[in-house]
Design a protein. Structure first.
Length: 365
């Protein structure tokens, strides 16, 4: 039986939480073995009570066909929940830059009339330079996506003041890590529009980061209620909260409902995987994790989630592939040293196994 050192579930649980930036890692429940001086944080700060580290993200927008730079293009930096953290416009050879951005996972959304909307995932683990974004012209036969009129109608029903308060709250929560300030803005948005279930969900997320479990759960369940059980973000955040408290039996049906609402939500699939890991069902957890990776193949940290699951399943070859994929995408990521050590150990053990000759079968008399 192999004596392979584990990530002690610490990485798996933390990384499944990555879209929310602030989930409770199992490291806080059961201290893992890790090299001295390593920092298992999610990038939001250097420690409890300390301000978060802030970074810059910049790049260039060009036409995919003519390869010319495009100025005046709107570029949004969004949290995975869809909230806009910051907006800039390209200028000077198609360049753009976001400043004072907290570490975490984001979407860069580029919109320009006459072009298809471009969405690019980015993990901010330090200042990110030289992003190259190519816009493709909109096909003449394109039409409005099904259901978009319904979404627009609801957006129009939200008072402008409520919408502004919501945007301010998102900026404070994701752009400046001002948790109390963001909650006040979400509360104002709800006062203006009591049915604002998105604001309740964001409030629940802020309370989660403040470790106010009761208020977080109350806000998230209110979001579920107001959305008539159709808002996937409220469900997968609620599953996050429940798993943080090791309430995996409660988290599993909530996460499963999130997947039912939106099978293409990688957050929902990863949260279902997380709950199943907590219930000691790694084979079932693997399905959700593989789906999440398929939906987000550029999210390096999800490969570490798979690595932990394959470690539980004693699948060394698959685990090595997971670590290879992680290091390919994040060679200098916050867990690269641990991943590289594990990679070398697996390569050595698999190599030794291949060199060991099979035992000779006993000869028949």
């Amino acid at each position: 039986m192999r004596q392979l050192s584990r990530f002690d579930f610490f990485l798996a649980t933390l990384l499944i939480c990555v879209p929310f930036f602030f989930c409770e890692p199992i490291a806080a429940q059961k201290p893992p073995t890790r090299p001295p001086g390593s920092n298992p944080g999610s990038g939001m700060g250097t420690g409890i009570g300390q301000p978060p580290r802030m970074y810059s993200v910049n790049g260039r927008v060009t036409d995919a066909e003519s390869h010319t730079d495009i100025d005046g293009v709107r570029v949004d930096l969004r949290a995975f929940t869809g909230g806009t953290v910051a907006t800039v416009f390209t200028s000077g050879a198609g360049n753009f830059e976001f400043s004072n951005i907290a570490g975490g996972s984001y979407e860069i959304v580029v919109q320009q009339q006459g072009y298809q909307t471009l969405t690019q995932h980015v993990d901010v683990e330090g200042s990110t330079f030289g992003l190259f974004l190519e816009l493709r012209p909109t096909p003449r036969s394109s039409s409005m996506a099904p259901g978009s009129q319904k979404v627009s109608a609801r957006e129009l029903s939200i008072p402008r003041k409520a919408h502004e308060d919501m945007e301010k709250g998102l900026t404070l929560l994701y752009g400046k890590s001002d948790l109390p300030g963001s909650i006040k803005q979400f509360e104002r948005a709800i006062q203006e529009y009591p049915g604002y279930y998105e604001a309740y969900a964001q409030m629940g997320a802020a309370y989660m980061q403040l470790k106010n479990t009761a208020s977080s759960e109350q806000a998230l369940r209110k979001s579920v209620e107001l959305s008539e059980e159709h808002y996937v973000d409220a469900y997968f955040w609620l599953a996050t909260l429940l798993s943080n408290g090791q309430r995996y039996a409660d988290a599993e049906p909530v996460a499963r409902k999130a997947v039912e609402i939106d099978p293409n939500s990688w957050q929902a699939n990863s949260e279902l995987s997380r709950a199943l890991i907590g219930l000691h069902r790694p084979a079932d957890a693997e399905k959700g994790a593989l789906t999440a990776v398929k939906l987000r193949p550029d999210n390096a940290r999800l490969y570490l989630v798979l690595a932990n699951i394959h470690n539980e399943l004693q699948n060394d070859a698959a685990m090595l592939d997971d670590l290879n994929n992680y290091l390919k995408l994040a060679p200098t990521g916050p867990f690269s040293d641990q991943a590289r050590q594990q990679q070398k150990q697996l390569q050595q053990e698999l190599g030794d196994a291949q060199k060991t000759p099979a035992a000779a079968a006993p000869s028949n008399p």
